[in-house]
Write a protein that binds this ligand. Structure first.
Ligand SMILES: Nc1ncnc2c1ncn2[C@@H]1O[C@H](COP(=O)(O)OP(=O)(O)OP(=O)(O)O)[C@@H](O)[C@H]1O
Ligand SMILES: [Mg+2]
Length: 286
C-alpha cells in the first residue's frame, strides 16, 4: 500500500494546557493528503485552521495524535524536522512574521541558503521566485519592512517558493493584495502546482478563491474537521455551511435559491459552470 504524502492521525492541539485559558484549537483531526493535490481549508475565524497547518510542518507540536510525512512520524526520534521545513513550505497568515532580513533578496535567499545550495543556484532561485510572485528586480535591495502589505506578501511567498517545496501551504495568502494581484498569484500557483506536481494547501476566507482552485475542501468547525470532500460536494451542502457561519459563492447561492423554487438545476460554484448548466437546461448545445 502506498503511503499518503501527509497524514494526520487523531491530531489534537491544546493551547495553554493546564491553565484557566486551556483551549483545544484542533481536536481529534484525521485525514490524508496525496501528491499533486490542491486542497482548500475553510472555517470560521478561530476554528483552528492556522493551528492545524502549523502542525503539518512541525512548527507546532501536537498535544496528542500524529503527523506522518511520506509515512514517517515527524515527531519520531531521528526524523529530520529541518528537511521537513524545506519540503513542506508554509507561508504565514501574517507575512511580517516571516520577513526579518535586511533586504528582500536576503530574505528570499534564506531558505535556499539553509538548504546548502551554491551561490549561483541561490541567485537563480531568488530571481525566479521574484519573477514568479511579480516583484520587480528593483526591490531586491530594499528592506522588506519598507514594502507595502501586498509586496510583503509577495516577498514572503517568494521566500517559500525559492525552496521549491513538495507541499506548499498558504495561510490566507491574498489578504493585503488587491483583487487582481490576488487572482494573478493564485492562478500562477495553481499552474505551478499542476506542472510541478506539488501539493498545495490553501487556507482562505474567500470562497471564490477556494472554488476557483481547490479540488478538495476541508471544513473546520470549532476545532473539528467536519467535512473533507471534493469541492462540489462540500459546496452542495450550503445549508450546513451557512449554519457554521460560512458562505458559499454568490453563484452557488443563486442556483440553490432557484432549485428551492423548483427549477431542476445542479449545484454549481463557478460562473462558467452556471452558464453550462443553464445551456443544458435550455436544451442547447454547449
Ligand atoms: N498562541 C495561542 N495561544 C492561545 N490560544 C491560541 C493561540 N493561537 C490561537 N489560539 C486560539 O486557538 C483557536 C484557533 O486559532 P487559529 O488561529 O488556529 O484559528 P483560525 O481558524 O486560523 O482563525 P482565523 O480565521 O482568524 O485566522 C482560537 O480560539 C484562538 O484564539
Ligand atoms: Mg488563521
Amino acid at each position: 500500500m502506498s503511503e499518503a504524502l501527509l497524514r494526520a492521525s487523531c491530531l489534537t492541539h491544546v493551547y495553554s494546557a493546564g491553565t484557566p485559558f486551556e483551549k483545544a484549537a484542533v481536536a481529534d483531526v484525521s485525514f490524508e493528503i496525496g501528491d499533486n493535490e490542491f486542497i482548500g481549508v475553510i472555517g470560521h475565524t478561530g476554528s483552528g485552521k492556522s493551528t492545524l497547518i502549523q502542525s503539518l510542518n512541525g512548527l507546532l507540536k501536537p498535544s496528542s495524535g500524529q503527523i506522518f510525512y511520506q509515512g514517517q512520524d515527524i515527531w519520531k526520534k531521528g526524523f529530520s524536522q529541518r528537511e521537513l521545513r524545506f519540503r513542506v513550505g508554509l507561508v504565514f497568515q501574517y507575512p511580517e512574521y516571516q520577513l526579518f532580513e535586511e533586504t528582500v533578496e536576503k530574505d528570499i535567499a534564506f531558505g535556499p541558503k539553509n538548504m546548502g545550495l551554491s551561490e549561483e543556484e541561490i541567485r537563480q532561485r531568488v530571481e525566479e521566485a521574484m519573477y514568479f510572485v511579480g516583484l520587480p528586480d528593483r526591490f531586491r535591495t530594499r528592506s522588506p519592512f519598507e514594502l507595502s502589505g501586498g509586496q510583503k506578501r509577495r516577498a514572503a511567498i517568494a521566500g517559500i517558493m525559492a525552496m521549491r517545496p513538495k507541499v506548499l501551504i498558504l495561510d490566507e495568502p491574498t489578504a493585503g493584495l488587491d483583487p487582481r494581484g490576488c487572482h494573478e498569484i493564485l492562478s500562477r500557483i495553481r499552474e505551478y502546482q499542476q506542472t510541478e506536481k506539488i501539493t498545495v494547501i490553501l487556507v482562505s476566507h474567500s470562497m471564490e478563491d477556494i472554488c476557483a482552485n481547490a479540488q478538495k475542501v476541508m471544513v473546520l468547525h470549532q476545532a473539528h474537521l467536519v467535512m473533507f470532500a471534493p469541492t462540489e460536494e462540500v459546496f452542495a451542502r450550503a445549508g450546513e455551511l451557512s449554519e457554521m457561519g460560512l458562505s458559499v459563492p454568490q453563484i452557488t447561492r443563486v442556483f440553490l435559491t432557484l432549485s428551492q423554487k423548483g427549477y431542476d438545476l445542479s449545484s454549481v460554484f463557478s460562473v462558467a459552470r452556471a452558464a453550462d448548466e443553464i445551456l443544458r437546461k435550455a436544451g442547447r448545445p454547449q
